[in-house]
Design a protein around this ligand. Structure first.
Ligand code: IMP
Ligand code: MG
Length: 174
């Protein structure tokens, strides 16, 4: 396996600073709940939150998918749900990477049913080539068309989350 660096720590930090300002300007004094999607978003979430000039409340969710035998499709559930009530509040979901869009589309649907004032998505990486569901990422760290990305929270088989840069993982030596 080869790791090709796409973004180093200083590039990620610079982008998180810009996004932090943009998000702060967007919400101003309105009550905001920032939701970190575990596990992958933990590193980006931390950096982004530190760069806000506003004071949101924070919460965490974790999604998991399983194969549904009857429909032969994969189904999503929370393996950890939110604890904060989001009714009439603005919600910003912070995700590591949006790929097919299925995870975000599930999460948005469930959270929308709880009556928030608005829901937006911030994602460190918006990977567009394999998108299957129409999900719009409102605050994009870095757009990419393809690749399997690790580092800065992102894993391959639960490894490489600790890397302080973002890498494209190449599985063959070709
Ligand atoms: P989606 O439902 O296909 O949009 O992607 C859901 C999840 O798959 C993301 O939140 C990641 O946890 C994981 N994922 C998708 N692409 C990558 C990648 O390139 N590297 C690591 N994880 C990924
Ligand atoms: Mg994820």
């Amino acid at each position: 396996m080869k790791f090709i660096q796409l973004f180093d720590r200083s590039q990620i930090e610079a982008r998180a600073l810009e996004l932090g300002r943009e998000i702060s300007d967007h919400y101003g004094e309105e009550p905001l709940v920032c939701v970190c999607v575990l596990k992958g978003a933990y590193a980006f979430f931390t950096d982004l939150m530190r760069n806000l000039t506003i004071h949101p409340t924070m919460d965490f969710v974790r999604l998991s998918s399983y194969a549904d035998q009857t429909s032969r499709k994969s189904k999503m559930v929370f393996s950890k749900d939110m604890e904060i009530d989001i009714r009439d509040k603005h919600v910003l979901v912070v995700e590591d990477i949006v790929d097919t869009g299925h995870s975000m589309s599930f999460l948005l649907k469930v959270l929308e049913a709880r009556g928030p004032k608005s829901i937006k998505i911030a994602a460190m990486i918006d990977k567009t080539e394999r998108r299957e569901v129409d999900v719009n990422v409102d605050f994009v760290g870095f757009p990419l068309d393809k690749g399997y990305i690790v580092g800065y929270g992102l894993d391959y088989a639960e490894q490489y989350r600790e890397l302080d840069g973002i890498y494209d993982l190449k599985f063959s030596e070709a």
